[in-house]
Each structure stands twice: as structure tokens, then as C-alpha cells.
Design a binder for this molecule. Sequence first.
Ligand code: HEM
Length: 466
Amino acid sequence: MSLNMLSIQSDVAVTLLLACGLLVMALQFTGSASKTNVPILANDVFFGYKTAMKTLSSFTKLMIEGQARSIALEYTVGREVAYNPWHTSVIRKQMTQNLGTKFPEIYEEIVAAFQDELVLPDSGEWMPINAYSVILHVVCRASNRLFVGLPLCRDKEFTKISRDFTITVTRAGFLISCFPRFLRPLVARYISAAPRATREFGNYMVPVIEQRLRSEMELGDAWKEQKPIQFDFLQWMMDEAGEDRRDPKDLNQRMLGMNFTATHTSSMSFTHAFYWLAACPQYVPELRREVDEVVKTHGWTKDAINSMFKIDSFIKEAMRLTGLSASSMQRKSMKRLTLSDGTVVPAGGHVAINAWSVHHDPHLYPNPLEFDPFRFSRKVEEGDSVVKSAFTTASSDFLFWGGGSHVWISPGRYFASQELKAMLAYIVKNYDVKMPNNGVRPTDIWFAHTCVPDPKATVLFRKRVT
Ligand code: HEM
């Protein structure tokens, strides 16, 4: 087959893929399209839904293309990780299935990290604290407790590399994408900080991987019996990799990629929610009552976290009103397309769903500009479905986790939600918080469509006295 034919075929495949993608989006969004004026490709099922889903399972190229300009993923988190993210299935399966068993460890890490980061006097005096820094440290430790366990998750240098990596990737990605395509590998290699960060991370991670591989070789079946059944993400990934995908450097790159994906999304989201708490301490007693009651019944367990509807609602409302991004599902069109309302998307055009208008639509959310923390738990109390109102549920009305087919929705959302809820519950149970001078919530900072909570804001903390 000639190269020309191959490229035409791949063009056709990609066009088909994009068309299917938009079709599925259209199908998913048909219900809310009229409310939010989202143009759609079609509202008739002319491919079978299942066929569209199957085609979409190879959506990776589209996504990489869609993100390439902003973060040059293949040069920062690595080509193999970007184009062959097989570890995502480990997030969906082993990691999500083991969240209940691993919860005690994650909770233990959250408690230990808060205690290390928030040194407060017993006198009950208010202390001004840079909240974002505390939150970033706690999230990084809690996530790495699940990813690689003790003692690495507490290692100061290792966690620093992990915390800094998102900034490294974002800066390097921006720099690399300013250059023409043929120069990018060179820029990536010699100018960007990503390779150094990867090496430094590997100085910690590779020896752990090699040690585990050695143990497996030397001990054989005894190793299988010796290692805990529910180990950590690294081990689940190594088990899933089988013989041929166990290059320590590649596994290191994937672990770093996981840190990139998990740490900053979760810490920025939590900071958004936390600023609402500090600006509106009047909601604390109701949250505390819920946490006290639920923990009395279930202890600090996954069941307890699942039963905290008000905590869940508080975080979801914060994400609705001041989420991380005004858009969702950013993609790049590989071919010229005409949408249902006549809008033409040129080849190479970047498209996204306007999540902001959906999340602030008065038809979907009455008084949409008001922070109403119990908006969703009230619905549950009124008899609405728990699942429909849950923070983890992605839908055409709640695009925080992405949307459309399941392959486009964050596979880390169950872990992230559990982590964020446990952190909020721990704070309301153990600390009093407020803004200085009983002030208002810090103003968010916008970078293009990204909504960042002020990382420098100071919040007053004291050990709980009320
Ligand atoms: C509050 C925290 C989080 C938010 C807001 C978030 C949001 C998102 C969104 C919107 C997407 C879809 C991107 C797109 O298709 O356009 C996504 C994808 C993804 N997320 Fe998350 N996420 C969070 C936490 C996590 C965590 C903790 C993990 C891992 C443990 C994770 C792993 C992933 C992965 C691997 C993908 C890519 C999906 C794939 O390649 O199949 N996320 N996330």
C-alpha cells in the first residue's frame, strides 16, 4: 500500500473518528442543547450507537492532537505515555475497585500531612496560613500514598519533584509548541526542563521498580504470596504490564504522568471549595453535624465518605460555580465540518463545549450565580436519585469531569472525589477557618479558559474551639 494511500486512509479514519465523536457528543447533549444553544452535528442515529462507541475507543490521536498545541504532551510526559496510555485501564479497574480497601491508608496520610503542614498553637489563636501550599502538600502525599506507598510518599525531595512537575510540563509544553514541528524534538531535549524532571523522578522511582522486578524474579511464586494483594498503583501497573511492557524508564514516565494528571487538578479544585468554606463559615455547623453522625456510624471508612451527602454537595456546588475551566472536551478538528446550525469548523480548528454557560444556566440551576452549598443534597432529601446528584456523576449538566462517552470522562474521579471529601470532612471536624477580617472569598485568576484559585491568599486557621 503506498504512503499516499495510507495517509488518505488515516485522514478518512480520523475524519470518521471526529464525526463519530461529535455525533456522540450530539447524542449526549441533545437534551440540553436547546437550553444552552450548543450546535450539534446531527440528531438522528445514522451510525449505530455501539459502532460509534467502538470507533471512539481509539480516540487517542484526536485527544493528543487537541492538546498538542498547548502542552506538547508527547515531548513532556513522553510519546509512549501520550499515544499508548494503557495504564488508564489500571485507574479504571484495579485502582477504582480497591478504593475502599485503600481508604484507611489514604485517610491516615491526609491526617498526617495536615498535622505536618498546619502547625497551630493549642491556645486556640487564629493563624494566617497560605492555604494553597498546605492543600498542594496534602494532595500530593495522599495521592502518592496510593500510587507508590510509604516511605516515598513522604519523601520531601520526591514529593517536591512531583508537585513541581505540572508547572514544568505546562511551561515546557508552551515553549516547545512555539517552535515549528521539525524543531520540537530538539527544543524538547535541550531547552525544556521536562527531561531533567523525569530523570530526577526516576532517581527515586526506578530503583523501587527494579527492586520489585528482582523480588519477583528471585522469589517467583513466593513473591506473589508475599506481596499484599492490594498493593499500590505502581504494583497494579507492573502486574498489568506483563513481561513485555516492564521497562523501568517507561513505568517511571507513566508514574510521573499520573502525578501530573492527579496532583494539580485535585489541589486546585479543593482550594476552590475551601475558599468557599473560609468565606462562608456559617455552613460549617451543618457540615460538622453530618460528619459527626456519619463517622459515629461508619468510622473513617469509604462507606462514611459515601454517606456524606452535604460534604459532596458542597464540593460539587463549588465546582459548578467556580470550577477549573470555562470549557470542557477541548478538541482539534482534523477536517472541515459543518455543525447543525451552519457553524463551520475549519480543519485544524479547536473546538470545546462551553461548560461555563451550562453550569450557569438558570434552566438547569436556579439562581445560578448564588453559592448554594446544599443545592444537590437537598435534591437527594427531596427524593431525587443519589447517583444523579453525586459529585462523581458526569452528565450533560455537569461537565467538570469531561463528558460524552466514558472514554472522555476522567477515570480518576472516584479517587479524586474520595480524597477531596475526606479532606473537607477532616478540616470541618478539626479546625475553625475564616477569611481575614471576616472577608470575602479571594478573587479567582483566569488564564484563558482556566479558572485558578488565588494561590497566594491567606486564610485564618485555628484548632477547633467551637
Ligand atoms: C479534581 C480532580 C480532577 C479533575 C477535575 C479531572 C478532570 C479531568 C477531565 C476534564 C478529563 C477529560 C479530559 C478530556 O478528555 O478532555 C480528565 C481525564 C483524565 N484524568 Fe482526570 N481529573 C481529576 C483527577 C484525576 C485523578 C486523581 C486521576 C488519576 C488518578 C486522573 C486521571 C485522568 C486520566 C488518566 C485522564 C485521561 C483519560 C484517558 O486518557 O483515558 N484524573 N480528567
